[in-house]
Design a protein around this ligand. Structure first.
Ligand SMILES: Nc1ncnc2c1ncn2[C@@H]1O[C@H](COP(=O)(O)OP(=O)(O)OP(=O)(O)O)[C@@H](O)[C@H]1O
Ligand SMILES: [Mg+2]
Length: 251
């Protein structure tokens, strides 16, 4: 996909995502490679978004968008101009859901199953960005859709040979937006864990452009590290009990 027009910035987003039109005439929310969060936020968007989709969650389509930095010329805002100039090449596009609004579980009950599964998914992927303050879920056509997985997999910002992806990372569920609606995690744990096969993880990791992985090493090795993270986290599911303890304490 190639961006043909920068339409407008989304003032809500911390990373200053923009609405763009692409050469398929579709509108996409563009997450810029040159934004402060860096390219790893885009890697996390692909891994967690595409994993969630394959597990049956509603996630808007994710595409790769080629951006010509010359599009900055027609943009009056200097901050946006700089962002476009810093993001020439491949960026991340998310299918724009027109007429959607922020999902609020107090206004609309997401249902126990979706709430419990979302909590489980976010705990697995260390997604610290689905709190009641910032739910990162949209209501569209009366259904909740998951967005914004850029803050997940936070370990990848600091990995090194002494800080491997295979250890027990902390996930704080206390502020999770789905906590009040979720049921026992054990009710979804076996089904979701069994659905995440090594083949599924390989399929998802293959969707990341090599150039986004290259800063961390040989892309094939970086993919293997992400795969090790999932294998370890699925084999050591003490985090399920930890989240369950937080849920029970709250209820
Ligand atoms: N696919 C979409 N369709 C319609 N609106 C969207 C879509 N994706 C994002 N938005 C809107 O843009 C806002 C910012 O998007 P998003 O949360 O993905 O960006 P962000 O920069 O990571 O934000 P933050 O880190 O502040 O949560 C959302 O709160 C939502 O209002
Ligand atoms: Mg957000």
């Amino acid at each position: 996909m190639t961006a043909t027009r920068y339409v407008t910035p989304f003032r809500e987003g911390g990373s200053l995502p923009g609405l763009i039109e692409a050469d398929d005439l579709g509108m996409y929310v563009l997450k810029f490679r040159g934004a402060g969060q860096g390219v790893k936020a885009l890697v996390a968007e692909i891994i967690v978004g595409e994993l969630a989709r394959r597990l049956g969650f509603r996630v808007p389509e994710i595409v790769l968008v080629e951006l010509d930095p010359e599009l900055a010329r027609s943009e009056p805002d200097q901050e946006v101009q700089e962002l476009i100039r810093a993001s020439g090449g491949l960026n991340l596009g998310i299918d724009y859901l027109p007429g959607s609004f922020d999902f609020n579980p107090i206004v609309r009950d997401p249902g126990t199953e979706l709430a419990t599964k979302t909590l489980w998914l976010d705990a697995l992927t260390l997604n610290v960005d689905r709190s009641w303050r910032n739910p990162n879920m949209l209501l569209w056509h009366r259904e909740p859709w998951l967005i914004d997985h850029g803050a997940a997999l936070y370990f990848h910002h600091s990995w090194s040979p002494d800080r491997p992806a295979t250890k027990d990372f902390r996930f704080d569920a206390a502020d999770h937006t789905m906590l009040p609606n979720a049921a026992k995690l054990s009710e979804v744990d076996a089904e979701l864990a069994a659905a995440i096969t090594p083949e599924l993880i390989t399929e998802v990791l293959a969707l990341i452009p090599d150039e986004w992985l290259a800063p961390d090493g040989e892309p094939v090795e970086v993919r293997a590290r992400y795969a090790e993270f999932f294998a370890y986290r699925l084999a050591h599911r003490e985090w399920v009990e930890a989240v369950e303890a937080v849920r029970v304490a709250r209820v």
